[in-house]
Design a protein around this ligand. Structure first.
Ligand code: PHE
Length: 402
């Protein structure tokens, strides 16, 4: 309750100060272009009561809502730790925006956090296409942005203010190609792509290249779907005719879950593989206990990890939320701690430039998702895990270091 108040109240106060709340406006294409072109450089930070303002952009509603909900859970746990100690006498305060899982909403949220709330730093988002929509706005305004979860290669190439505290798809795609070839000993892969998703297309490409380099064959053809699709049966019939011995689907849990359920009904018996986008408590609900069985994903975190720090996190998370933390809970938690760690090292005034510089210097930060070092490309080199999806959640298979 007190936590909720601590980040909702400031938003209400700001809303009051500005008379109306600008983020709910219509967003036509033209308006967006104009606003992007005129993106102001936020030189001054109004720190309000002297707090450090973190503007977060997560999908709290819509088709990928569990990513945002889990993230916020993890963030709240991290904030308890951060604010118990304080940051050189200041507190960290979250201003949370819901991007509904959409690129346009993400861009609007970033703009609002910069122009209205005048945040010190932006935290988010999850889906790479969402972060890719917001990053150029943060970069143009020279406001640092840290994503805890967007793995597409291009994200941090948007500029020197854009950081991530997770690994990239260049790594994740290799992990799964190797797992398919060397552990599962598969020869003939088929890749199904969510066409409008930067994440899906990018990860598919890396998997394809590496599976072939490792001596496997990737079946040619177009096997695609769109976010929001609910009937995958004609696509699956086409997949079946191609007779792969493994199917790679780098998608998000809502479509993948339904696809798995329909595949099992159609008698598929070959394993489906995926990436971190499958990591959601909703996956098994959608796939059903038959559909979920015997598939594998790469991800950032396993609640089975016996590392004492992980087990403490799992225990605290379960006590607070009565469920096991998934990847996004752990990534949200770690990303927030990385931000606090970086800002704590600033001995001068906390400007956007100072935060940018502090983030670029993060080395060897021990999180529950692994050890986080920000490299010269503003990415984190970290280990990945391979998990088997089961009716009870996930089972840890292996940990792969970069
Ligand atoms: N890596 C995904 C992307 O870039 C987002 C994601 C991360 C989803 C972790 C679930 C868990 O789009």
């Amino acid at each position: 309750m007190s936590f909720l108040r601590s980040f909702i109240m400031p938003v209400l106060v700001f809303a009051g100060l500005f008379g109306c709340f600008p983020q709910k406006k219509e967003t036509t294409k033209n308006e967006e272009t104009t606003e992007t072109r005129n993106a102001p450089v936020a030189e001054e930070i109004d720190a309000g009561a002297g707090d450090i303002l973190v503007g977060s952009v997560f999908p709290l509603t819509g088709p990928i809502a569990t990513y945002g909900q889990e993230s916020l859970n993890g963030i709240k746990l991290a904030l308890e730790t951060i604010n118990a100690e304080g940051i050189n006498g200041k507190k960290m305060r979250l201003i949370s925006e819901d991007n509904k899982g959409e690129p346009t909403e993400s861009a609007n949220a970033v703009r609002k956090l910069i122009n209205v709330d005048k945040v010190h730093v932006i935290f988010g988002s999850v889906a790479s296409s969402n972060t890719l929509a917001g990053a150029p706005i943060a970069q143009a305004a020279k406001v640092p942005l840290l994503t805890p979860a967007s793995t597409n290669e291009v994200v941090t190439k948007k500029g020197d203010y854009i950081f991530r505290s997770c690994f990239t798809d260049d790594f994740q795609g290799v992990v799964m190609a190797k797992f398919a070839r060397e552990t599962l000993k598969k020869n003939k892969a088929l890749i199904v792509i969510d066409v409008a998703s930067d994440y899906s297309r990018g990860l598919a490409k890396v998997f394809q290249k590496n599976f072939v380099e490792l001596g496997g064959q990737v079946i040619e053809g177009t096997f695609t779907y769109n976010q929001g699709d609910k009937d995958f049966r004609s696509l699956l019939r086409k997949v079946k005719r191609a007779a792969p011995d493994v199917i790679f689907v780098p998608g998000y849990y809502t479509e993948v879950g339904t696809m798995l359920q329909q595949a099992r009904q159609m008698g598929f018996s070959v394993p489906f593989l995926g990436g971190d986008g499958w990591d959601s408590p909703k996956l098994k609900e959608l796939a059903g206990s038959e559909g979920i069985k015997g598939n594998y994903i790469s991800s950032h975190f396993s609640p089975d990890d016996q590392d004492p720090a992980v087990q403490t996190f799992v225990k605290n998370y379960k006590a607070k939320y009565a469920q096991l933390p998934g990847a996004m809970a752990a990534l949200g938690h770690d990303g927030m701690l990385v931000l606090a760690h970086a800002i704590r090292s600033i001995k001068t005034e906390i400007t956007h430039e100072a935060v940018r510089e502090a983030l670029s210097k993060v080395r060897g930060f021990m999180g529950v998702t692994g050890t986080i070092t920000i490299d010269e490309n503003r990415n984190a080199k970290k280990s990945a895990v391979v998990l088997e999806t089961t009716p009870n959640g996930t089972t840890f298979k292996q940990k792969v270091s970069p």
